[in-house]
Design a protein around this ligand. Structure first.
Ligand code: GLC
Length: 619
């Protein structure tokens, strides 16, 4: 259903009633266009017109963002909910397909449009490396690999492709790009970051946002982005987290205000200039105060000093961390500058709490109006009132060959060559024997990493795609004998003169604080593969599949070549493209590679890192 200019014929019924019959020569019906429904009206007028029609309950409903498993369409209607999200792994329970996604989103949207004022909801999800909760979507390399590729044009293309696949399912709000500046690679979210330098982050994140939001933010194939997590999420101190058994994630950001402004703020300045419509607050704290509770950073700096005119969304139940007294937590967060609360479970509890706060004057009507004005402005600017439903005409974009080729190119450009004794790489395609070991060589779940179908990701064939092994098998000549054994136990002779070994080893998938690592080591099984192949092979290439640098200092001398493949996603063939010379090695380290743990956070400790920021060999 498309709203053109909805004209409400107001006078005609009155005339009919007055004359008791249809007037013969009645004047042409005059129509009163309701301003907020008039797409030709200036957005500010539409917002003002709608705002003054809204009840407090309808306003607070707009500030409420609920996870789809905690909602029914009826509840969306009854509570006038303004936003619904799919959290990590939030695919339709019945079937994870584009059609099921579109049907799910459209059903919630239909309910929102059936409310008294018919305000469309905005549906969000984390499309952090493609539409990654959707089975069949192209899964791009995670950001750290794209940081190594450091190609803004490629980033913009990836943003555009991601938007097309998300818009096809009605998910017009992407909780990306993450613009953290990771300073300690032990952090489980390191791979969601582009680089340890703010200018590097800003350049790539801006390009991604450009691609995501398209030239016309009201176009049917656009998706609005969400720079996150404001502020200082990537600069926390080891051991400072109070969440679960996390060590870094959601911890206390170190550094004084000048440091935060120099290191963590620039990406937000860049993305506001790029047209960011929403920004997500950070779970982390600074100087003992939760960022979600900081009116200084959320309002004085972000909204006033930087002039951010969009809306600030909380992180998942992050408001609850402010105080054990939920009412107090809500009051503090909304007064600090949170405009929409990712509740995400109990809508009624949040709505009741905020209603009580307004009624007792703890949160002013002006603050509520400011938040709702921001939210409505974004919804009008992105054309949501005119085009609220999934653009299923774009469904053929999902998993398209073109997007897969784009992802494969991104994989190739992300690889970093860290060691290459005797110029072993690139390998000839007609090599006699290849011996390949490691679980990561043939596991799409490992090469995709976290935030893939499930929040934490999962090993195994969880997505369609090409494994690194399959890419290698397709690249070499028919005469080449390829033996693969996950455990590095071979029947042939990996030490033969015409043989080369490739150990493709990696981290098991993780997301957020569950990936915080005290050791930066590979899983024991993958280390055992390395030991076996170090013994059996004469020429050994190691390909690491991980979301961050790992401690390899002591083992590096035993390897002839080392390639960092990061988390390449669904198109593993991009790795073979470079290993066998179809594409050049061009990646450069976006983060410093530590020699030892005492060199973390970056800049700590003595001596040189194992590999510095910007390092990468070109054979
Ligand atoms: C998570 C993450 C955030 C994500 C949100 C919704 O906890 O911190 O990056 O966008 O919840 O999935």
């Amino acid at each position: 259903m498309r709203f053109h200019s909805v004209l409400v014929i107001v006078l005609l019924p009155i005339l009919i009633a007055a004359c008791g019959r249809t007037p013969v020569s009645s004047p042409p019906p005059t129509a009163t266009v309701i301003t907020y429904r008039d797409p030709s009206a200036p957005i500010a007028e539409r917002v003002n017109d709608l705002l003054q029609r809204m009840t407090l309950a309808e306003k607070i409903g707009q500030m409420t963002l609920i996870e789809k498993n905690s909602l029914t369409p009826d509840l969306v209607r009854d509570l006038a909910i303004g936003g619904v999200l799919s959290g990590g792994g939030g695919y339709p329970q019945a079937e994870n397909s584009p059609a099921a996604w579109a049907a799910m989103v459209n059903e919630f949207q239909q309910a929102a449009l059936s409310t008294r004022l018919g305000i469309p909801l905005i549906y969000g999800a984390d499309g952090v490396h493609g539409h990654n909760n959707l089975y069949g979507a192209v899964i791009f390399p995670h950001n750290i690999g794209l940081g190594a590729a450091n190609n803004p044009q490629l980033m913009e293309q990836i943003g555009r492709a991601t938007a097309l696949e998300m818009a096809a399912t009605g998910v017009f709000w992407n909780y990306a790009p993450a613009v953290m500046v990771p300073l300690d690679v032990r952090w489980g979210r390191t791979y969601e970051g582009y680089a340890e330098r703010p200018d590097h982050v800003a350049a790539l994140a801006s390009a991604f946002l450009r691609g995501l939001q398209a030239p016309d933010i009201a176009a049917p194939n656009r998706v609005i982005g969400t720079p996150k997590h404001f502020l200082g999420d990537g600069g926390t101190a080891w051991g400072s987290s109070t969440t679960e058994n996390y060590k870094l994630d959601q911890g206390e950001t170190f550094g004084d205000e000048a440091f935060l402004r120099a290191v963590h703020l620039p990406p937000y300045q860049a993305l506001i200039a790029e047209g960011a419509q929403t920004i997500m607050a950070s779970y982390s704290s600074w100087n003992g105060q939760k960022m979600h509770a900081s009116s200084y950073w959320l309002t004085d700096v972000l909204k006033r000093e930087l002039g951010f005119a969009g809306f600030v969304v909380s992180d998942w139940a992050a408001i609850d961390q402010i105080s054990p007294d939920y009412d107090q937590a809500v009051i503090t967060a909304i007064n600090a500058g949170i405009d929409m609360n990712m509740v995400p479970y109990d809508a009624q509890r949040f709505i009741d709490s905020l209603t009580r706060a307004v009624e007792r004057g703890a949160v002013s009507e002006e603050r509520i109006d400011d938040a709702v004005r921001r939210i409505l402005t974004v919804k009008f600017a992105m054309g949501l009132f005119e085009q609220p439903f999934a653009h299923t005409a774009l469904s053929d974009q999902i998993g398209s060959a073109q997007h897969r080729q784009l992802a494969r190119t991104a994989v190739a450009q992300s690889l970093v060559l860290l060691k290459n004794d005797a110029n072993l790489l690139p390998l000839p395609k007609d090599i006699g024997h290849l011996y390949i070991g490691g679980q990561a060589a043939h596991d799409l779940g490992i090469q995709a990493g976290g935030w893939t179908i499930e929040w934490q990701g999962r090993t195994g064939p969880i997505i369609p795609g090409t494994t690194i092994l399959e890419g290698i098998q397709a690249a070499v000549s028919p005469q080449t004998v390829v033996e693969y054994n996950q455990h590095g136990r071979f029947t042939g002779d990996p030490g033969a003169a015409d043989a080369v070994c490739i150990a493709v080893v990696g981290e098991l998938p993780y997301a957020e604080g569950r990936g915080d690592s005290a050791s930066l080591s590979l899983p024991p099984a993958e280390n055992r593969v390395l030991r076996r192949m170090e013994e059996a092979c004469v020429r050994l290439v190691v390909v690491l599949v991980a979301g961050r640098p790992l401690l390899v200092t002591d083992d590096l001398p035993k390897w002839d070549a080392l390639v960092m493949a990061w988390l390449p996603g669904s198109e593993g063939a991009g790795v073979a493209d470079v290993l066998f010379g179809d594409q050049p090695f061009r990646g450069r380290l976006p983060v410093t590679w530590p020699r030892s743990l005492d060199q973390l956070p970056v800049g700590s400790g003595d001596g040189q890192p194992l590999f510095p920021y910007g390092f990468g060999l070109t054979p």
